[in-house]
Design a protein around this ligand. Sequence first.
Ligand code: ZN
Ligand code: ZN
Length: 169
Amino acid sequence: MPTLDLRRLAQDDSVAVVGEWAADDALWAESGLTFAGRVKVDLVARETGSGEIVATGTVSTVLDRACRRCLEQADEEFDLDVALVWSDDAELRGDDGEIRALPTGTDEIDVGEAIREELLLAVPPYKVCDPDCKGLCPQCGINWNEHSCDCSTEEPDPRWDALRALQSE
Ligand SMILES: [Zn+2]
Ligand SMILES: [Zn+2]
């Protein structure tokens, strides 16, 4: 799993953080994120003059998704630019979570949790296969992108039913 080597960073100007997680890695369990391919990370980390560690680069994967309207599989290539910051200065970090706490007593930072958080913020909650997707017929379930049907598209409004019931009493 991709980690940031703090010992190497102490010697070099920058270190690469390159690696990947499998689509079924435990990191994604219960996150609601589902992938159709590996999640790859390609970052370069530097130490700022004031002691923060900044890692910038990209996360790329394929999201395993279905269209919200027609329910067809609609996997989506997804690339995200990220800038991760760690600091051991609690005051600087504040509490908005944008700057993360530097782990103590270790020579490396496991970037997995930070990447999961960035993905959760960035991946849209749903997907539409095409802006013009016609969806499914609510009555017969046929895919309106592929077929048409003879169902009435006017759905009865249940509020009128209640009104009619009152009037007929
Ligand atoms: Zn669709
Ligand atoms: Zn229909």
